[in-house]
Design a protein around this ligand. Sequence first.
Ligand code: XMP
Length: 509
Amino acid sequence: MTKENIIVLDFGGQYSHLITRRIRDLSVYAELLPYSKSAKEIESLNPSGIILTGGPSSVYDDNSPKPDSRIFDLNIPILGICYGLQIIVDNLGGSITRTDKREYGKATLSIPSEEKLFYGIGSKTDVWMSHGDATEILPDNFKSIAATENSPYAAICSNNIYGVQFHPEVTHTPDGIKILKNFLYKICDCKGLWTMDSFVDSSISQIKLQVQNDSVLCALSGGVDSSTVALLLHKAIGDKLTCVFVDHGLLRKNEANEVLAIFDKLNIKIIFHNESDRFLNLLTDVIDPEIRRKLIGQEFIKVFEEISKQNGSFKWLAQGTLYPDIIESAMAEGPTATIKTHHNVGGLPENLDFQLIEPLRELYKDEVRDVAKLIDLPVSIIKRHPFPGPGLAVRIIGKFTNEKLSICKDASHIIEEELKKANFYDSVWQAFAFVGDDQAVGVLGDGRKMGYIVTVRIVESTDAMTADWVKLPYDILDNISTRITNEIDNVSWVTYAISSKPPSTIEPQ
Ligand code: XMP
């Protein structure tokens, strides 16, 4: 597959990922990079176009993010969105001013004449605005190509450089997808090569090429990511793949047996090690979740190295790292801060004996699910909720103890069972319990007894970057609560987490 690529330069806007997703949904590969990437680096990626995202800054603030101005000399089509438009104006000699009227919300865009960017849209359409600054003077050779009542320069262009003051990526701009599509297909001359079919083909040939005759060890967790990696590798290199599945004692209830049964059916070679004691001893009494993450990550690698040595020589280690993991680590220096060290990327020691192979590192989660369907991964894995690499360890608040772990495991199992019974399991992103040190009084027989408070967390999301708590019918919550307090010792209360992301995260730690 010839790679066609749109670079999205991130100026810290809340919609940066959304823009990247939208472009990919339009069958063009898009990559989110920090705004500070040099023009030379960008040019070397040979992009078909560049998008400058929105952001919270003002171009005239002292430390506002500014791109390498040489990107405007590359003769690559550019689309600036909101702050991105202001970056264009500011860089190319126009001026931006702070208006006294912040334009926020819906506005009607008037399009006086048909421009490539607005092809097929007509002369009026609604757009979503969110800005305080506005263009005062256009740079030389630029013209306004659309206006709203408050913004005479709502869209501007000069040759192949375009700017829109509104947000085409949000659903409140009903023709926004058409506008992005026009940018890709009419202005950047994209062909639409990014489909999951083409991804599967090119990824299988790439794995063959990369691995040649060497053996690959695949770190399998049983989740959709690593299982997809395993099946892709199996299709590419057959028996040269050996999967290693380590039970670190932090898996969901019955998970290990279910995963083993599935891989047995797929005829994929798998080595199973139950190392629960080793991991749990390491974690006992550790309070800080980041330390737990690191301990688990490091121990995992040690276990892999041991298993690898015991079972032959493996040059490669395959992992299910996804695009958001890469991005969240890469952007740590950029405007979008890293909140938690996420799995595969953070925990690896530098002196790793393996070379890494990460076939999914370009994909978002829902793209992985599409790939999984295409290569016939069993539905029970595809539909399994995402689960953090450090497992239940990030769902125990305060000191890590085996008692809290066991409560968390059993309660999460009850939640999943009740959701499946009520046909809700498939429509939520994640559903689990977490446990801290807080205890509350309960009634047991005729006596009062202190017991743990278990919190139920059920969220909906499309990519885990944002999430909403699920407004679950009360009777389902009631069943969950009753079963948890009845069936699990030492639990006296059940609460429901009603915080969305942001400001919360999905996992409590
Ligand atoms: P947060 O809690 O950051 O989670 O909103 C977003 C998504 O990432 C998962 N998650 C992790 N996955 N290792 C992982 O493999 C981790 O340390 C980790 N922390 C969170 C989380 O389950 C959710 O789907």
